[in-house]
Design a protein around this ligand. Structure first.
Ligand code: PXP
Length: 243
């Protein structure tokens, strides 16, 4: 089984475009859960460009599946996470000018810092996931930190158009997912996944969860959020059944 976690940041982006209070990412989260999502993801960025502190607080109260707070490893956001206590945090790199998260975090570069961060989260009962490139070196580094989850970056795979390169990237993702799972980590994948390219990712049996935002929210503008979530779950289940 592969489960779906829906990222509601884009609902907040739409709200921020007018500075009012609609559409509300909290209402979106409720609809996603009713449609069968297994988790809700939001990214509290330092620049607060979409999700606001109030959203995270309300999401914590409303989400009944699990709440994944994506965040940079910076003290201000760490303290917010420790106070609000999402079920898990996903640590991502964050650059001010980027349109969205660009690439995985280099966990291997600073293992002691990330190890300390994991210990602080664990003390508050929060699980930790690291968003990384599908590289064995990064998985080894995540293991050293004591985290329990890795999220493999599928953005490279999603952007490729050449079939040979796509196959190579899928092999790289499979190798990393299998290695992480065999090492005892739970494996999530995400970034750039859509209704078409999700099929081959679901054939990698070590991947247990997907984190998807943009394609679902984009489709929701035309068919409604509940249907968009259900259709993604159907696409995932179809792929899993054809393994
Ligand atoms: N996973 C992580 C770590 C992300 O930063 C994002 C984007 O916010 C996603 C998954 C979802 O990516 P997309 O919106 O392209 O589906």
């Amino acid at each position: 089984m592969v489960t779906l976690n829906v990222n509601v940041d884009h609902i907040a982006t739409l709200r921020q475009a007018r500075g009012g209070n609609e559409p509300d990412p909290v209402a979106a989260a409720v609809i996603c859960e009713l449609a069968g999502a297994n988790g809700i993801v939001c990214h509290l960025r330092e620049d607060r460009r979409h999700i606001q502190d109030r959203d995270v607080e309300l999401l914590r109260q409303v989400v009944s599946t699990k709440l994944d707070l994506e965040m940079a490893a910076v003290e201000e956001i760490i303290n917010i996470a420790l106070r609000i206590k999402p079920d898990l945090v996903t640590i991502v790199p964050e650059k001010r000018m980027e349109l969205t998260t660009e690439g995985g975090l280099d966990v291997a570069k600073d293992i002691p810092r990330f190890k300390e961060l994991v210990a602080r989260m664990h003390q508050s009962g929060i699980e930790v996931s690291f968003f990384i490139e599908p590289e064995l070196k990064q998985i080894d580094a995540v293991l050293e930190t004591g985290a329990e989850i890795v999220e493999l970056h599928t953005g490279v795979y999603s952007n490729l158009r050449d079939i040979k390169q796509i196959k190579l990237e899928l092999e790289r993702l499979k190798k990393a997912a299998d290695y992480a799972k065999n090492s005892g980590l739970r494996v999530v994948a995400g970034h750039g996944l859509n209704y078409r390219n999700v099929f081959d990712i679901c054939l990698i049996s070590s991947i247990e969860e997907l984190s998807i935002g943009h394609s679902i929210i984009s489709r929701a503008a035309f068919v409604g959020l509940e249907r968009a979530v259900r259709e993604m779950i159907d696409a995932i289940n179809y792929a899993v059944l054809s393994r």
